[in-house]
Design a protein around this ligand. Structure first.
Ligand SMILES: Cc1ncc(COP(=O)(O)O)c(C=O)c1O
Length: 413
């Protein structure tokens, strides 16, 4: 193997492209999909109900240490199947009654959906800077961002690392704010033994193609209040007082009411058929990603240019992404050039995330400046994500690290 970069005509370090993510499905998902198609009912119905029950059982489990939950009167979470996490976040804001004139605080290091939904309800997004070590929202920055218009906080458990939920819950209680946890990366994560979504008023999960559990597109809204979930169910299906399966299955003639101008946000049984079996494999997937994450950290220990984010000792991370900083003082290129050189070596890295204040819509509308969020701004310029998925082999990981070292050798100062 020569040192010449593939971008300059050399041989790529990895023989074949190592993707950022590869989904894992088996005969279980395929068989359930076939059963679903053959059953004659493919939209919201019995499989969605089963998936909702099994998902809430997974979250509640025996680890639901209620005495530690900060909120008073905490009860087990109820799950409502949605067609995305975005739909879950939007629905949570709607049923929480958040709208024009209200402010909602969230993180700049997130996917745009966490902020877009605030715009969708006509409220104003307010960004609070993040912690340097985890890139999760900083409670002190939340406290500084609160005004008399603040109604809610959307903490994002970035890359599967829980936010400091005890402190966030305390701030929320003090100021009477709703907490909507963005758990898109964090199904398996726990904060001091409490599952994600259980400390806030709502949990919003993503089953997008690259997530820890995937149904292609899909999501779950969780909440521990039955009446709130009923409202969310109505809002997520046109505002109908009951759904088509309830009519199809029942023997009674029923005419539905429209209680509000709702959305078309429901999960359907084709998604649930996949989700049920992905859920059964979740802990195995998590074990694989944990091992890969730790192996990356070990193999990169002697590479000072690449500094992985921290995992704090009191949390269980979901290890959704392997995110590290590229030390720009030690290299002659910027992060995007580095990722381009890596791609030529057949390793697909990416950026999670370009901070929200960098996007033209938000920059122009709110006049947000990098100086307002120094930690997120610094991270936004240098973070990169390396491939991490349950079926990634040790050889693939070794190739990724080898390709990183090869590129670094060429760009090191
Ligand atoms: C942090 C975060 N929040 C929300 C979403 C939106 O999820 P979905 O695609 O299921 O709507 C994503 C998706 O990538 C995400 O990463």
């Amino acid at each position: 193997m020569t040192d010449e970069l593939a971008a300059h005509g050399g041989k790529p370090f990895a023989r074949e492209l190592i993707p950022l993510h590869r989904s894992s499905f088996g005969q279980e998902e395929i068989g359930e999909l076939r059963n679903c198609l053959e059953s004659g009912w493919i939209t919201r119905g019995p499989l969605t109900s089963r998936f909702e029950k099994e998902f809430s059982a997974y979250l509640n489990g025996d680890k639901f240490a209620l005495d530690q939950v900060i909120r008073d009167g905490a009860k087990p979470m109820i799950a409502l199947g949605m067609n995305s996490c975005t739909a879950a976040l939007h629905t949570a804001l709607i049923v929480a009654g958040i709208g024009p004139g209200d402010e909602v605080i969230t993180s700049p290091i997130t996917f745009a959906a966490s902020v877009n939904v605030i715009e969708h309800v006509g409220a104003t997004p307010v960004l609070a800077d993040v912690h340097h070590d985890t890139l999760c929202i900083d409670e002190a920055a939340i406290a500084r961002a609160i005004t008399e218009k603040t109604r809610a906080i959307i903490p994002v458990h970035f890359a599967g690392h829980p936010c400091e939920m005890d402190k966030i819950a305390r701030i929320a209680r003090e100021h009477n704010l709703i907490v909507i946890e963005d758990c898109a990366h964090a199904i398996e994560a726990e904060f001091r033994g409490i599952p994600m979504g259980a400390i806030g008023d709502f949990g919003c999960f993503s089953f997008y193609a690259t997530k820890n559990l995937t149904t292609g597109e899909g999501g779950m809204l969780t909440c521990n209040d039955e009446e709130t979930i009923r409202k969310a169910r109505v809002a997520s299906l046109h505002g109908m007082s009951f759904n088509a399966w309830q009519r199809y299955e029942g023997r009674e003639f029923l005419l539905y009411d429209i209680e509000m101008p709702g959305f078309k946000y429901n999960m359907y049984d084709i998604q649930a058929a996949i989700g049920i079996h992905q859920l059964a494999k979740l802990d195995g997937f998590w074990q694989s990603r944990k091992w890969l994450h730790e192996t990356y950290c070990e193999k990169l220990r002697d590479v000072p240019e690449i500094r992985p984010l921290a995992i704090r000792p009191h949390v269980k991370s979901a290890y959704h992404l392997f995110v590290a900083r590229l030390d720009l003082d030690r290299v002659k290129c910027d992060r995007n050039e580095f990722l381009t050189l890596l791609l030529h070596e057949n390793v697909q890295g990416y950026v999670h995330f370009n901070p929200v204040f960098e996007f033209s819509y938000y920059r122009e509308k709110y006049g947000w400046r990098r100086d307002d969020f120094p930690v997120a701004a610094e991270a936004g310029a240098c973070i990169l994500t390396l491939p991490l998925f349950p079926t990634m082999s040790k050889d693939e990981l070794t190739s990724v690290v080898g390709a990183v070292k090869k590129v670094l050798k060429a760009v090191r100062r």
